[in-house]
Design a protein around this ligand. Structure first.
Ligand code: NDP
Ligand code: 2IT
Length: 444
């Protein structure tokens, strides 16, 4: 049996009931075959792949807090410190009822390669909890965040592990976590990113994931003689990534006609009204059913269905495994040219294979959504030098990072004979840097 197959088999056996983690590991290891097969003996002797798929440290803890009725609630907190070969652990905190160990491990595993692709000195980690901020009062959210950090503070720090936002964790949650960390540690340091601008946050971090997604999509199109201008775009999600993807796509001359949340989706033939969307989601924290109050011509549909709308470019920006094989078939039948992942692993393996087999340019999340964590690393730099850069400076650096990232994965795919397969390119390019650093640092 090949070394790759051996390790995949072990991962499945040793991590039962973690299908998302298996999926992420299989995707990466399968596309590393050209590299691993060429060095199989050495990699096996060094147990390199076993070290890549086993997190350096997994922290699981109880998070007790008191709700507004005086009832004590208990959630589970996680922080997976996956790989620190190239820098301190870096990655977001997901707050969503679906969170479990396997989901945080898949996210942490992806983060290792994503962070490597940014070219910046950040290792990979991820955290979260099964706490659901939806429908909670600000005081309840604060109580949860303070309790979460009261345990997690022992394991994080500006040079150790730097968490940030993800699903359910935005500026409000980061603020509460930062305040509690500072209070316990007595340190004013860049321990979290995505902070508010008045206490060490970076301009353009809020926009960075969505903007970065469009910068890399535009670069990829440009290199294939095309442009976003005039294209029709469909987006899923209506959170941080989706909103700023819609904003940048619109600025670049595309028309975005959809967005969605976990209840339903909006089709607006005139193009999504961004001011309305921001007010509904960022100010009111409301549901998309409200969108029609702002735009009577738009349609609201319950449930799934966003991928049935005809478009040139599809940007899944909600959550993992939200784009299935039948969605991929609908997209191809409607002539889609590009699928670029704003979310982490939103496309199932079968759907990815179908899209690639049908000539769709597919940009995987670990490349396409890396602008968020890259800008988090820029926030860390600003905190370390105790300076704040202008929006234009940060945005220009973000553009440079995404353009370089595209060429890095494009070159890697060509080097191994997989031109235009950006899954292979991203996995190999991300892996090579991490492996180089791991080898240089000995068996640790
Ligand atoms: P938000 O919490 O701001 O928004 C998430 C959006 O996705 C909401 O519209 C939410 O709808 C929807 N959603 C979440 N879970 C589900 C589900 N199970 N089914 C259907 N819809 C769902 O999160 P972000 O925008 O920050 O994150 C979106 C994705 O992007 C995630 O995969 C995240 O890991 C990834 N990402 C985020 C980065 C960042 O900087 N924030 C960076 C890189 C990747 P509802 O409100 O109904 O729950
Ligand atoms: O998935 C991700 O890259 C994020 N949620 C952002 C992580 C970060 O540290 O900014």
């Amino acid at each position: 049996m090949s070394y790759v197959d051996e390790v995949i088999e072990r991962v499945v056996k040793e991590n039962p009931s973690q299908p998302e983690f298996h999926q992420a590991v299989k995707e990466v290891l399968n596309s590393l075959r050209p590299v691993v097969d060429a060095n199989e003996e050495k990699f096996r002797k060094d147990a390199l792949l076993e070290r890549i798929v086993n997190p350096e440290r997994q922290i699981i803890f109880r998070v007790p807090w008191v709700d507004d009725k005086g009832q004590v609630q208990v959630n589970t907190g996680y922080r997976i410190q996956f790989n620190s070969a190239i820098g301190p652990y870096k990655g977001g905190i997901r707050l969503h009822p679906s969170v479990n160990l396997g989901i945080i491990k898949f996210l942490g595993f992806e983060q290792v390669f994503k962070n490597s692709l940014t070219g910046l000195p950040i290792g990979g980690g991820k955290g979260g909890s099964d706490f659901d901020p939806k429908g909670k009062s600000d005081r309840e959210v604060m109580a949860f965040c303070q309790s979460f950090i009261t345990e997690l503070f022992k394991y994080i720090g500006a040079d150790t592990d730097v968490p940030a936002g993800d699903i359910g964790t935005g500026a409000r949650e980061i603020g509460f976590m930062y305040g509690q960390y500072k209070r316990i540690r007595g340190l004013y340091e860049g321990v979290l990113t995505g902070k508010g601008l008045s206490y060490g946050g970076s301009l353009a971090r809020k926009e960075a994931t969505g903007y970065g997604l469009l910068y890399i999509t535009q670069e990829m199109l440009k290199c294939h003689g095309q442009d976003l201008k005039g294209k029709t775009v469909i987006v899923s999600g209506a959170g941080n990534v989706a909103i700023y993807a819609i904003e940048k796509a619109t600025q670049l001359g595309a028309k975005v006609v959809t967005c969605s949340d976990s209840n339903g989706w909006v089709y607006d033939p005139d193009g999504i009204d961004l001011a309305a969307l921001k007010e509904i989601k960022e100010v009111k924290r409301a549901r998309l059913t409200e969108y029609r109050n702002y735009r009577p011509n738009a349609e609201y549909h319950e449930g799934r269905g966003v991928w049935t709308v005809k478009a040139d470019v599809a940007l899944p920006c909600a959550t993992q495994n939200e784009l299935h094989l039948e969605d991929a078939k609908a997209l191809v039948a409607n002539g889609v040219q590009v699928v670029a992942e704003g979310a982490n692993m939103p496309t199932t393996q079968e759907a990815t294979d179908y899209l690639q087999a049908n000539g769709v340019f597919f940009l995987p999340g670990k490349a396409a959504n890396a602008g968020g964590v890259a800008t988090s690393a820029l926030e860390m730099s600003q905190n370390s030098e105790r300076l704040s850069w202008t929006f234009e400076e940060v945005d220009a650096k973000l553009q440079g990072i995404m353009v370089n990232l595209y060429h890095n994965i494009d070159n890697a795919s060509k080097k191994y004979g997989f031109e235009d397969n950006f899954v292979v390119g991203a996995n190999i390019a991300g892996f090579e840097k991490v492996v180089d650093a791991m080898n240089a640092q000995g068996i640790v």
